[in-house]
Design a protein around this ligand. Structure first.
Ligand code: ATP
Length: 231
């Protein structure tokens, strides 16, 4: 299934947050959205997920809009992390993954696999508030992928992570892509895009200023001209 974004625009009253983004992401492909704070990345994701309606243009996945009926096929790591601090990791994931239609034994099995993989198997019964910010982020990531979504949207997945955890998460993202997951992620760092994918769009104040493969962009502009600052 292809994710297709056709000339989307989003206005909040008179403020234009996103203006003229078009892109296609095929099954098993990964696409990077690059931009500074306020560039329009989160607004674009909300339109992809059907949480916001575009003022103009359309977003389809496999030819249809993403509505609540298809949310079990989609994983979303929001920029504003939203875990319940008083719940244990297990309680947290049971709660969130049941909403996606998973059964308890499957949730427990997948949770243990991911906790092992993230080298924190002992966290199962720890309260979220006892974990460091970086480890909370790993749990939030698990909440986006435990149900094996076909489409994964990651909003600034690496922000606030130390290099070891950031590399661990990048490896997990690459493995998910290899197993056929379609992934769109945002970042304000070019190095993250370089580490993960070939195709990117760079936004400035809601508008695409560069789009294409990293190789082509580097050939045409050189890396020095790629400034991610807002102005
Ligand atoms: P950040 O990482 O800072 O969230 P971003 O690239 O994700 O940056 P957005 O959150 O999409 O950017 O915001 C783009 C612009 O739209 C900003 O100027 C923001 O203030 C504005 N904006 C976003 N949501 C709303 C809203 N609900 N009402 C009004 N303005 C909004």
């Amino acid at each position: 299934m292809t994710l297709e974004i056709n000339s989307i625009k989003k206005k909040f009253d008179e403020h234009v947050a996103v203006d003229g983004i078009s892109l296609k992401v095929g099954k098993g492909e990964m696409f990077g959205l690059l931009g500074a704070n306020g560039a329009g990345k989160t607004t674009t994701f909300r339109m992809i997920l059907g949480l916001l309606d575009p003022t103009e243009g359309s977003v389809t996945w496999g030819g249809e809009r993403i509505t609540y009926k298809r949310t079990h096929l989609v994983g979303y790591l929001p920029e504003e992390r939203g875990l319940f601090p008083k719940l244990t990791v297990k309680e947290q994931l049971l709660y969130l993954m049941r909403l996606k239609g998973m059964k308890k034994p499957e949730i427990i099995k997948e949770m243990r696999t991911w906790l092992e993989r993230f080298q924190v198997p002992e966290y199962e019964n720890k309260k979220v508030e006892e974990l460091s910010k970086g480890n909370q982020q790993k749990i939030q990531f698990m909440a986006a992928v435990l149900h094996k979504p076909e489409l994964l949207i990651l909003d600034e997945p690496f922000s606030g992570l130390d290099p070891v955890n950031s590399d661990m998460l990048k490896k997990a993202v690459l493995d998910l892509q290899q197993s056929g997951t379609t992934i769109v992620f945002s970042s304000h760092q070019m190095s993250n895009v370089e580490a993960l994918c070939e195709d990117l769009i760079m936004l400035k104040r809601g508008r695409p200023v560069l789009q294409g493969s990293l190789k082509e962009i580097k050939r045409s502009y050189g890396m020095k001209s790629i400034s991610i600052r807002a102005d």
